[in-house]
Design a protein around this ligand. Structure first.
Ligand SMILES: [Zn+2]
Length: 432
């Protein structure tokens, strides 16, 4: 704890230094964040987490950030409750405490990966069977960071009227890339079979029969159902925008456009209720249906009538999906993102990529601490996250960051290593 870190700039990459220079010019003003939630429960497995007064530096009120999250549990509520109670602490535990704001924001995506995996691992150690989606949204100034596993989604309508999806949909049914990953790691993907050769229902993964390719918990399905989150980070214009974070009960009934337009102009509390009402009245209450609405408003201007855009004016935009092996940094000013700036996106399930040494702020992470569970290790005890990696980039086993043996074991299982499925899995895949 008392180990002093160089506060000067010797160990920082140039990019960080430049960013730091720029950011000291003008400390961004805090937006007003107004939020509300609504829920209609069928199974009692949706849980939310709403906290607006978190502090990057404990005790320093100028370092506040806000967190909004939805956990949609399955096979019981235990995993959802566990994630709700532990995820934020695990995120904060993965970030060194002495970072300035810009460094903190840059460190977030990687800390979120560590925290999701740690939360999953710790929960599985309790030997409970349930699992959960997690859509975890952190708002610091105008920067919105969303980490997600599963099919609860977070969408954004910018004040300029553009619509963005900030999370990935990890349903096997709609995510071909994930079907490929799961199959390659030893899982089998198929539909339920009536026996007469007719199959029905959504694509599921076996063993376990889960419709999702990523979740927290779920110890009775294959380890290839991973907790590694898709992370997306954007910066809103100073005019702000509205977030809608909802479980699949909403998205099964409403398109993004419908969800936004049915509540446009309403304050968050009425808006959240309206979204849930619209979703339920369309299809009936068939699932837990939960909605959080967050308005991010420019400071000072006292309540400009929220989102004055006319219905139908919104231009639907999806950030181009990169291949799962790539991450992006917002250096290119594509005309699409002229108001909302894309800062970061990575959805790879490979820890060796997500905890890469080339990752922003690699130097901020401690050499003798497990990059996932933050356990202290003796020198030489850690195993490079690149060990056994099939990553095309040349890596050396002494390159950090390092994992403890337990986390390394989990990583191998998640990537399908050491499974005995070997060559037979290909034949099986064809026969589906
Ligand atoms: Zn560990």
């Amino acid at each position: 704890m008392s180990m002093t870190k160089p506060k000067d700039n010797q160990t920082l990459p140039l990019g960080v230094l430049l960013k730091r220079e720029l950011s000291t010019e003008k400390t961004p003003e805090k937006p007003d964040i107004i939020h509300a939630q609504a829920n209609q429960s069928k199974k009692g497995e949706d849980f939310t987490f709403l906290k607006t007064e978190c502090e990057r530096v404990p005790g320093d009120g100028s370092t506040t950030f806000a967190v909004f999250a939805i956990f949609d549990g399955h096979n019981g509520p235990a995993a959802a409750i566990y994630a709700k109670e532990n995820l934020l602490n695990n995120v904060l535990g993965a970030i060194p405490s002495d970072l300035c704001r810009d460094e903190w924001i840059t460190a977030l995506p990687r800390a979120l990966v560590s925290a999701f995996v740690k939360t999953d691992k710790d929960f599985q150690a309790k030997a409970q069977k349930s699992g959960t989606t997690a859509t975890f949204v952190i708002i610091d100034g105008m920067v919105v960071t969303v980490a997600s596993v599963g099919d609860s989604l977070c969408i954004l309508e910018s004040a300029e009227g553009s619509i963005y999806c900030l999370s990935a949909d990890h349903r096997l049914e709609t995510n071909e890339e994930e079907v490929e990953r799961v199959t390659a790691s030893g899982g089998e993907v198929g539909r339920l079979n009536t026996g007469g050769g007719t199959s029905f229902g959504p694509l599921r993964c076996w063993p376990g029969g889960l419709c999702l390719s990523r979740s927290i918990g779920d110890m009775d399905v294959g380890e290839f159902i991973v907790p590694v989150p898709h992370v997306k980070q954007v910066k809103l214009s100073s005019a702000g925008g509205r977030l809608i974070i909802s479980s699949d009960g909403v998205w099964d009934a409403l398109t993004f456009e419908q969800a936004l337009s049915c509540c446009r102009g309403l304050p968050p509390d009425a808006a959240a209720s309206q979204v849930v009402k619209e979703a339920v009245q369309g299809k009936g209450l068939r699932d837990d249906t939960t909605c959080i609405v967050v308005d991010i408003l420019p400071p000072e201007k006292p309540t400009p009538s929220q989102n004055p855009k006319k219905p139908g004016k919104g231009v639907f935009k999806i950030f181009r999906k990169k291949s799962s092996e790539s991450s992006s940094h917002a250096d290119n000013d594509s005309p699409e993102s002229e108001f909302v700036e894309e800062i970061f996106e990575d959805g790879s399930a490979m820890l060796s990529q997500r905890l890469d040494t080339e990752y922003p702020l690699c130097n901020m992470f401690k050499l003798f601490t497990c990059a996932v569970c933050q356990l202290d290790m003796k020198p030489g005890e850690g195993i490079s996250v690149h060990e056994g990696s099939s990553h095309p980039r040349k890596v050396r086993p002494w390159d950090g960051p390092f994992l403890c043996s337990s986390c390394q074991g989990k990583k191998e299982k998640m990537e399908g290593k050491g499974s005995s499925k070997d060559s037979s899995s290909q034949g099986r895949r064809k026969s589906e």
